[in-house]
Design a protein around this ligand. Sequence first.
Ligand SMILES: [Zn+2]
Ligand SMILES: [Zn+2]
Length: 341
Amino acid sequence: MNKKIKHIILFTSSLIFFCISIINFYPEKISKILINYTIEQNKNNLSLDKDEITVFTIGTGSPLSADRVQSGTALFVNNKFFIFDVGDGVVQKAESMNLPLNDLDGIFITHYHSDHYIDLPYMINRSWVLGRNKDLNVYGPKGLKEILDSNKSFLKLENKHRVDHHGSQIMNIKYAFGVSNEFKNQNKQIIYENDGIKITAFNVNHYPVSPSVGYVIEYNNKKVVISGDTKANDLVFEMAKNADLLIHEVILNSLLDKTIKVLDKKLMVRNSHIINDIQDYHTPPNEIVSLANKAGIKTLILHHLIPAPDNIVIKKIYEKETKNFNGKIHVANDGDKFVVK
Ligand SMILES: [Zn+2]
Ligand SMILES: [Zn+2]
């Protein structure tokens, strides 16, 4: 070993030893640096372009995948910040991604399965606690008003404690609740039209869960479509024609068939029954691929992954069952970012 390398090794190990000693014996001395670093890190640096649509898949899981956050998609368009669905873990994950929850403009719910709205009270509350000083409009099909009304009593004490503690100037109670924009069940309808942004809700087939909708977001000749939970449905692909992004749910029925057989053998009747039930109201990859090819979809993002591709075997099955898609395909992870330019 030459002399120069010896010196470098000696210097590096002395430096590491010095740093560890400082952290060990004088943690309070470096805490200020750490606090400053954390605050700077937590500032959101999204650097968004006004002409683009930016999408983050906050949560890509389903009730079957505890390692992933449940449904939640953030969308930034023309200085507006919207979130579509707020399943379990969406608030925490969005915060860890430094998404500016204090600046949230609207929440859109596709349907009232818990994996799509169980974090709704927390999202309303958390964005307010973090400094939201404007109305938070919540959009959803029939049932929303009742949920938001019950949310008022659910959050009554929490809100009171925050106001009592920090004062009404810091915690303006006026913004502590979501504003209901419940819409009636129609085949398709524009539910938001402002500043060049148009959002259309359309019915999907998640029978027996009704109402259940998907959303089309259009701005500046760009189009993003979110399927919601649905079995194979022509309307999704009709709405998604010429879309820049189609964000679609998916279920691997081929794998679930095998799971049912194993569960039956183990006499796990309840689990087997539920997995059997869920197969008929989601869409398997081959059906998505054939409809998306017919509709000429350019980019397909799969989320609400049943099950999550968190090991090499399931990853390969997703790859195999989507290989005939003609466009670009992404099996999304929590926290992925997609920009429509
Ligand atoms: Zn559902
Ligand atoms: Zn779902």
